[in-house]
Ligand binder design. Structure first.
Ligand code: CA2
Length: 152
């Protein structure tokens, strides 16, 4: 089977609030801006993006499972689920697609409870603290892995 030129972009709980509160931490871009930026970054490499954001863990799991059918990789900002969710980690490990983990803020420079990620060791690309531009950086690096230009 040929590799699909499509990525799944997953934004977890509360990221629908981007651009409305806490701009000192998360900047002023909205979720819509992030999804447009991601689509542009992927298009530069001939890929498209299917974007999902949900405040419901099961919706995210279903989207991740579905990606097995027609996506080549997953870019995910799991939000607070990063620090709590074994089931999200199991879903990502279960679909066996390359994963890029993105955080807008520098999680290692924040509260200690944000320092551990259940997703980190199932991801091949990690971007944290680069603001929303980090989504584009993660997409560039993930596509390099998918196309064999970088090691996963
Ligand atoms: O820095 C990130 O991208 C985070 O994944 C964002 C999560 C946080 O729990 C992680 O530790 C780091 C929080 C997402 C909530 O986003 C909001 C955006 C604007 C206003 C309120 C919340």
């Amino acid at each position: 089977m040929t590799t699909p030129h499509r990525l799944l972009l997953v934004n977890g709980p509360n990221l629908n609030l981007l651009g409305t509160r806490e701009p000192e931490i998360y900047g002023s871009a909205t979720l819509h801006d992030v999804e447009a930026l991601a689509a542009d970054a992927a298009a530069a490499h001939g890929f498209e993006v299917r974007a999902v954001q949900s405040n419901h863990e099961g919706v995210l799991l279903d989207a991740i499972h579905e990606a097995r059918r027609d996506c080549a990789g997953i870019v995910i900002n799991p939000g607070g689920l990063t620090h709590t969710s074994v089931v999200l980690r199991d879903a990502l490990a279960g679909v066996a697609l390359p994963v890029a983990e993105v955080h807008i803020s520098d999680v290692k420079a924040r509260e200690p409870f944000r320092h551990h990620s259940y997703v980190a060791d199932v991801a091949v690309v990690h971007v944290s603290g680069e603001g929303v531009a980090g989504y584009a950086a993660a997409i560039d690096r993930l596509i390099a892995v998918i196309t064999g230009q970088a090691e996963g």
